[in-house]
Design a protein around this ligand. Structure first.
Ligand SMILES: Cc1cc2nc3c(=O)[nH]c(=O)nc-3n(C[C@H](O)[C@H](O)[C@H](O)COP(=O)(O)O)c2cc1C
Length: 150
């Protein structure tokens, strides 16, 4: 059975909510999922997982500082060939940038296998709330990814 870790950064709690919705969808399909805040992750333990989902808030058109630091740490371990999915939270505007796209680009560079293009959950303001559909959408993505892993 695949072991999945969902790793998220969050400043105001919105990205945590979508990360947990993603985890809930996967758990519904009996997938073994850990959902960890970025500062709880020991990169040496990532070897135990077959699938990494990584998401964070969009800050200044791109990555938050903790996410930048984390992705840099990933360079020191071998994640090549593991499956992955990136996500973010952001404003609705198409000029707002997307942390998820940048995370995905980095994961590709690390030779991870992207199972689905990055998805953005939309926040209505800097501190949230999320758009009404966001958590339901991520739960469904969790179900779909988990089904594809079986
Ligand atoms: C310093 C800072 C810069 C931000 N820059 C952007 C941005 O360039 N584009 C965007 O869509 N949202 C931006 N935002 C809003 C974030 O998308 C929003 O705070 C985040 O999605 C909320 O997620 P969180 O509750 O997990 O922190 C910014 C927020 C902060 C605090």
């Amino acid at each position: 059975m695949s072991r999945v870790v969902i790793i998220y950064d969050t400043k105001f709690g919105n990205t945590e909510k979508v990360a947990r919705a993603l985890a809930e969808g996967m758990k519904n399909q009996q997938v073994d999922v850990d959902c960890l805040k970025i500062d709880e992750v020991d990169t040496n333990e990532l070897d135990d997982y077959d699938f990494l989902a990584i998401g964070g808030p969009t800050h200044i058109f791109g990555l938050s500082k903790p996410m930048k630091d984390f992705l840099q740490k990933l360079e020191n371990i071998n994640v090549s060939g593991k499956r992955a999915f990136a996500f973010d939270t952001k404003y609705k505007s198409r000029f707002s940038g997307s942390a998820g796209k940048k995370i995905e680009k980095k994961l590709k560079k690390l030779r991870m296998s992207i199972v689905k293009s990055s998805v953005s959950a939309i926040v209505k303001g800097k501190e949230g709330p999320l758009e009404d559909v966001a958590e339901e959408t991520f739960k469904q993505i969790g179900i779909d990814i988990a089904t594809s892993l079986q």
